[in-house]
Ligand binder design. Structure first.
Ligand SMILES: Cc1ncc(COP(=O)(O)O)c(C=O)c1O
Length: 404
């Protein structure tokens, strides 16, 4: 049967995380593995009203096919929200997609030939890696620091690529509260990465689904706001802030590039669901997304605080163990002492009914065996404390043979 498969299908591995989630769904397991948003944070009453009115009164449009670019009203509402953060997008500079995963797939389909290189964080989001693999790109991982990608290494790898005659196409960045680490790219690096893209003639794919889930006051402008030369494509998803089931995102960027994405999208799905676009447009018109986000942030911030407090209390006091303290998003990243294997911690964790994702899954070029991703998105603070306490005990036991 394998002989029927395209090279593309052979090249694509099943998502390891989706496989892991199967083991973690027993009711007694406290799972920090999945990264799903909490459904209670979605404005269900308002969405229900918008859905009813749009389906009943606007059925000629909301139940009909739409243009591939997406419906104007939805794009306008999103453009107006994004302009609060400095991203000014005219209608020709914004299209709707089936959430950010489709946008990543479309940029890959549009820009990548087999063997082309892309640069991404080490670690990075697995769903993007899957899309890059499907289009047979070579993925070059760039280590992350506290303030985002190490840009010296990025430049070096780009130069190496050039001298080995490989065509490099884009840098994939998750600038805000990155999945899986929670790290945010500093303002300085946002500007610098654009200079690097400019100097080496690369595009930047800026994927920012956690942008709205920010705990502190200040925000960092999207990289797209600094772009004067049409190099940045910004993907802004509604999955974490309005509803993941509606499958909606917008892609902002230079109109010529978006036109190519639209052509590729035609053969993928003709158009994004007009029904969900109309519902979202109606909700956005009648509600204030930024106000809604204030409530949503409170919930995730409490969870983050509970997790960090309990880690401070229950994790072994070992200088080899550290974790990120993200200012937003859904994830904390833990680094264990060198030589410790988080797969083994994962197995012992499951025996003790606590789960997470071993970090090596997020590394495109190998490595990361001593890391783990913990999500605080779905549980209440009490459960989070209980789970972290269990994990602390597992780590304590796993550490002892190393320190002997
Ligand atoms: C960085 C990043 N990009 C994209 C996605 C895909 O999300 P969606 O397609 O629901 O917008 C996720 C999901 O967790 C993510 O973490």
């Amino acid at each position: 049967m394998r002989s029927f498969l395209s090279e593309r299908a052979k090249n694509t591995e099943r998502s390891a995380i989706r496989e892991i989630l199967k083991y973690t769904q027993e009711p007694e397991v406290i799972s920090f593995a999945g990264g799903l948003p909490k459904p209670e944070t979605f404005p269900r009453e308002g969405l229900a009203e918008s859905a009813a009115s749009q389906i009943r009164d606007n059925y000629e449009k909301s139940l009909q096919y739409g243009t591939t670019e997406g419906i104007k009203e939805f794009r306008q509402e999103m453009s107006s929200w994004l302009s609060e953060f400095g991203l000014e997008l005219e209608l020709k500079n914004i299209i709707a997609t089936n959430s950010s995963q489709q946008a990543i797939d479309l940029v890959s389909k549009t820009f990548l030939d087999p063997g082309d290189r892309i640069f991404c964080g080490l670690p990075t989001y697995l769903g993007a890696v899957q899309a890059f693999s499907t289009f047979q790109a070579e993925k070059v991982g760039i280590p992350l620091e506290k303030d985002g990608m190490n840009l010296e290494i990025l430049e070096k790898k780009i130069k190496d690529s050039k001298s080995s005659g490989r065509r490099a196409k884009f840098i994939y960045v998750i600038p805000d509260f990155q999945n899986p680490t929670g790290v945010t790219l500093s303002k300085k690096k946002r500007k610098k990465i654009l200079d690097i893209a400019e100097e080496h003639d690369l595009l930047i794919i800026e994927d920012t689904p956690y942008f709205g889930v920010r705990f502190s006051k200040g925000f960092k402008k999207p990289i797209g706001t600094y772009d004067d030369n049409g190099r940045v494509i910004t993907i802004a998803s509604l999955s974490k802030i309005l509803s993941s089931g509606m499958r909606l995102a917008v892609v902002g960027g230079p109109s010529e590039l978006l036109a190519n994405l639209v052509t590729m999208k035609q053969s993928t799905d003709l158009c994004t669901s007009t029904t969900t676009q109309w519902i979202a447009a109606d909700w956005l018109k009648n509600n204030n997304l930024s106000d809604h986000l204030k409530e949503l942030r409170k919930y995730y911030r409490e969870n983050r605080d509970a997790m960090i407090e309990e880690m401070n209390r229950s994790f072994p006091k070992d200088e080899g163990i550290s974790w990120t303290e993200p200012n937003g998003g859904l994830f904390i990243w833990v680094t264990l002492p060198e030589g410790m294997d988080s797969e083994s911690v994962f197995e012992k964790g499951l025996e003790n009914n606590v789960a997470f994702v071993p970090g090596h899954h997020f590394y495109v070029n190998g490595g990361g065996q001593n890391t783990m991703r913990l999500s605080y998105s779905l549980l209440n603070p009490e459960k989070i404390r209980e789970g972290i306490n269990r994990l602390g005990k597992v780590l304590e036991k796993e550490l002892s043979p190393i320190s002997q």
